[in-house]
Design a protein around this ligand. Structure first.
Ligand code: PMT
Length: 219
């Protein structure tokens, strides 16, 4: 049986991709399945936490009764939902792969094909985690970094810029890491420490991440 090490804590988790509509049938999205975030939600709830899970479009299901699942589509919706619950959270974990840009205008009707090329203007989406960092009062804030190059440098940069307490790096250069797979390979950074882990199932990775968070909270 899992020890109730997070009893009394509320954990807010973002998961999955966001979809940014182009027209009624098309969107800009990414390959996130939501598995990493849902695994974190299951493990945190097994440890006794109340979990608020805010997920973009994902086929994953929340099983544990302590998980309150809110499904959203776009980054703007995810931002709004996060800030409905942010004040009540003790720990925030941003595992969602949020689209950084969205179409400036959403066409009301399906865009018709013609002989010309099509240009879609994109505007910047809000950075949900950065906003969480700016509004941080008592929360322990954990971000992810999904990188393809200069991984450690970029991850540490995000730890600093987004005012985080911890960042979990996964690199698409590592086989079996990142999107869609049932496995992940991570490194965890705090301002002073670095830990490296082997390739594991996302369930096991979630345990490692929560162990690290608990270790920091006890300090
Ligand atoms: O869902 P899976 O298929 O299981 O895959 C898991 C995962 C690869 C999506 C996950 O492990 C992961 O790395 N999530 C973060 C992906 C990402 O968008 O990383 P980033 O380096 O672009 O963003 C840095 C951090 O800022 C992330 O915590 C992200 O949630 C957050 N962010 C980014 C942009 C934005 N507009 N808002 C945000 O909150």
């Amino acid at each position: 049986d899992t020890q109730k090490t997070l009893e009394g804590k509320t954990v807010l988790i973002t998961a999955g991709p966001t979809y940014e509509a182009i027209d009624p049938v098309r969107f800009i999205g990414n390959h996130s399945s939501g598995k990493m975030g849902f695994s974190l939600a299951e493990e945190a709830s097994k440890r006794g936490a109340k979990v608020i899970l805010i997920s973009g479009p994902s086929a994953e299901k929340a099983i544990h009764k302590n998980i309150e699942l809110h499904r959203v589509i776009s980054a703007k919706e995810m931002l709004a939902k996060v800030f409905e619950f942010y004040d009540s959270a003790d720990i925030g974990i941003a595992s969602a792969a949020v689209a950084d840009y969205a179409p400036k205008e959403v066409a009301e009707e399906k865009i018709k094909k013609n002989d010309e090329n099509l240009t879609i203007e994109l505007v910047k989406n809000p950075d949900i985690l950065k906003t969480m960092g700016e509004k941080k009062t008592h929360q322990f804030l954990v971000g992810f970094a999904l990188e393809t190059q200069n991984e450690e440098e970029n991850a540490k940069g995000k730890l600093e810029k987004k005012n985080l307490d911890m960042i979990v790096l996964n690199s698409l250069r590592d086989e079996g890491a990142g999107f869609k797979n049932d496995t992940n390979k991570i490194k965890i950074f705090t301002k002073t420490e670095k830990k490296e882990f082997n390739l594991k199932s996302k369930e096991e990775v979630a345990k490692d991440i929560l162990d690290c968070i608990e270790g920091q909270l006890l300090k």
